[in-house]
Design a protein around this ligand. Structure first.
Ligand code: HEM
Ligand code: HEM
Length: 137
C-alpha cells in the first residue's frame, strides 16, 4: 500500500499545481500577452489555454479534493496520521470551501474572500512542501 499512498499523494500535488495555475496564467496574460496585437496567433492560442485553466479551476480543485480523500483514508489505515499531512489537508478543505463560497455565493465578485483564498493557497504551498520534504512525517 506504500506505493498507492505515494501515488495519491503525487496526484494531489499534480491537481494542486493545475488548480494554482489560475494565478500565473493570468499574470503572464496581463504582463506579456495583453499587449500583443489582436491578430497575433500566439495571443489567440494563449487565450484558449487561459480560458481552459480559469474556467476549469474549480473542477481541478474538486478532483484534488477527491484524491486527498483517497490519500487520507489509505494513509490512516496503512501508515500513520501524518501531522504535516493533516495540516495540509485541513488547509485544503478550508480553501475548497472558501473557493466554493466565492464562486457560488459571491458570484466571483472580488471581496475579502478572494484575499483569504489567495493567502490560504500560499500557506498551502508551504504546508505541502513541508509534508513532502519530510517524506510524509
Ligand atoms: C494537501 C494534502 C496532501 C498532499 C499534497 C500530500 C502529498 C504526499 C506525497 C506526495 C507523499 C509521498 C512522499 C514521498 O514519496 O516521499 C505523501 C506521503 C504521505 N502522506 Fe500525504 N499528502 C497530503 C495529505 C496527507 C494527509 C491528510 C495525511 C494524513 C494521514 C497524509 C499522510 C501521509 C503519509 C503517512 C505519507 C507517507 C507514506 C509512506 O511513506 O508510507 N498526507 N503525501
Ligand atoms: C485547494 C483548492 C484551491 C486553491 C489552492 C485555489 C487557489 C486559487 C488562487 C491562487 C486564486 C487566485 C487567482 C487570481 O488571483 O486570479 C483563485 C481564484 C479563484 N478561485 Fe480558487 N482555489 C481552490 C479552490 C477553488 C474552488 C473549489 C472554487 C469554486 C468552487 C474556486 C473558485 C475560485 C474563484 C471564483 C476565483 C476568482 C478568480 C477566478 O474567477 O478565477 N477555487 N483560487
Amino acid at each position: 500500500m506504500r506505493e498507492s499512498g505515494s501515488l495519491f499523494g503525487w496526484l494531489i500535488t499534480a491537481g494542486f499545481v493545475l488548480t494554482l495555475l489560475n494565478y500565473p496564467v493570468k499574470l503572464v496574460y496581463r504582463k506579456l500577452v495583453a499587449g500583443l496585437p489582436r491578430e497575433s496567433k500566439f495571443r489567440g492560442t494563449y487565450m484558449k489555454v487561459q480560458r481552459f485553466i480559469v474556467s476549469n479551476h474549480r473542477f481541478f480543485a474538486f478532483f484534488t479534493g477527491l484524491t486527498l480523500l483517497a490519500h487520507l483514508v489509505i494513509q490512516l489505515i496503512y501508515r500513520w496520521p501524518s501531522r504535516t499531512g493533516l495540516a495540509a489537508g485541513l488547509l485544503m478543505v478550508i480553501n475548497l470551501a472558501v473557493g466554493a463560497y466565492g464562486h457560488y455565493f459571491k458570484k466571483k465578485k472580488r471581496s475579502a474572500w478572494l484575499y483569504i483564498h489567495r493567502a490560504l493557497a500560499v500557506l498551502l504551498i508551504a504546508a505541502i512542501v513541508a509534508h513532502i520534504v519530510t517524506g510524509g512525517r
